[in-house]
Design a protein around this ligand. Structure first.
Ligand code: TXA
Ligand code: MG
Length: 341
């Protein structure tokens, strides 16, 4: 299959949207940008389209997909008994980087979307290209991140091209996504709202709107707290092993020297000022603020695959606000492993 990548901005009229809508209506899949990462979309009521999404990504079929909508009035077609807290969150943060787990209306969506669960994750993305596509289509779009399963999520159209060329017909390329990590997933079907995946909408932001919210740690999630089914799979991993290290120039310098003495080639992922150290490859986290780290993280992890590094060293940040989402992704890409000198 030939894969076309078309640059669009979501504001200017463009025949690429008609083409995307026609492909989707024919049960095909199309990649598109959101404010978090690129999604690989298919119509969520169409079993064949949803099957094609799992196949293109090589994703295990017990990991449910998020359903994207472009307007509030679409919501009640697919979900039942929306709680007051859920409504408040949607009003406060949609369109935006928030996925709300709700009770699915029986039969309203392909069962393959929910992987057999009686709940569904719904989100209204805040990106002009995504919104234009969703509104023109007026159908619910199931869309996981548009990467090969296990790899870092795509934050640029070319990342999608790297992973999915030959497997999908069309990529709507809206340039680099803004936030850079996936949406926050919150389960609002539980007595206490629970964050299943941290993201751009933080615990503090929810609590200002709906009161107390649980955010189980990685370890608590492993011990059986409510979780997103996708959490058990490897995620965001470049080919070489990733080791976490403190955001400290002296420590990183010593680690580089020790790894080099061991004959290892090292790719370093860290804020700009670490660029002067003697890593074999350096990929920046920008100025190291949470915003810039999130925006650069997946591009940096992906860039490691174009090197022949034996080890990837990545500097960490605190877990306040967006730091929680960044550290969740970094810990997974490293499988929880730290550099130990
Ligand atoms: O930012 C995003 O959310 C991106 C863009 C494309 O919208 N999408 C995305 O989708 O990250 P995906 O499929 O890569 O991640 C979906 C996550 C998985 O961890 C999955 O297990 C969880 O949401 N999830 C989906 N439906 C769920 C449900 N009913 N209950 C619990 N977790 C669910
Ligand atoms: Mg994903």
């Amino acid at each position: 299959m030939e894969t076309k990548r078309v640059i669009v901005d979501g504001v200017t009229e463009d025949p690429a949207f008609d083409e995307a809508v026609a492909l989707l209506k024919a049960g095909e899949v199309v990649a598109f940008p959101t404010e978090t990462v690129y999604g690989l979309g298919g119509i969520a009521t169409n079993d064949a389209a949803v099957t094609a999404i799992y196949a293109a990504k090589g994703r295990p079929s017990d990991n449910p997909l998020i359903v994207h909508i472009g307007a509030f009035d679409q919501l009640e077609r697919y979900v039942d008994n929306i709680s007051e807290k859920a409504k408040k969150c949607m009003d406060a943060f949609w369109p935006g980087p928030l996925t709300v787990i709700c009770h699915v209306k029986p039969g309203a969506l392909s069962e393959k979307v929910t992987a057999g669960l009686d709940t569904v994750g719904i989100r209204m993305p805040n990106h002009p290209v995504a919104l234009r596509l969703l509104r023109q289509l007026d159908e619910p779009v199931a869309a996981p991140s548009a990467n090969t399963s296990g790899k870092p999520s795509p934050t640029e159209g070319v990342h999608v091209e790297e992973d999915l060329t030959g497997r999908i017909p069309l990529i709507l390329d809206g340039g680099a996504t803004g936030i850079g990590v996936e949406s926050t997933v919150i389960d609002l079907t539980l007595d206490t709202p629970t964050i299943l995946r941290p993201g751009g909408i933080t615990k503090e932001m929810f609590e200002a709107v709906i009161g107390p919210v649980n955010e189980p740690t990685h370890i608590e999630q492993k011990a059986g707290a409510p979780k997103a089914p996708g959490m058990k799979y490897t995620h965001y991993a470049p080919d070489a092993p990733v080791l976490l290290i403190d955001n400290d120039e002296v420590e990183v310098k010593e680690a580089l020297a020790a790894l080099h003495a061991d004959g290892k080639k090292v790719a370093l992922l860290a804020p700009d000022h670490f660029g002067k150290l003697e890593a074999d490859w350096f990929f920046t986290f920008g100025d190291g603020t949470h915003e810039q780290m999130a925006a650069h993280l997946y591009d940096a992890l992906r860039a490691c695959n174009a090197t022949n590094a034996d080890v990837v060293l990545a500097t960490v940040t605190d877990k306040n606000d967006m730091g929680s989402a960044i550290m969740n992704r970094l810990e997974k890409s490293a499988g929880g492993h730290w550099y130990e000198g």
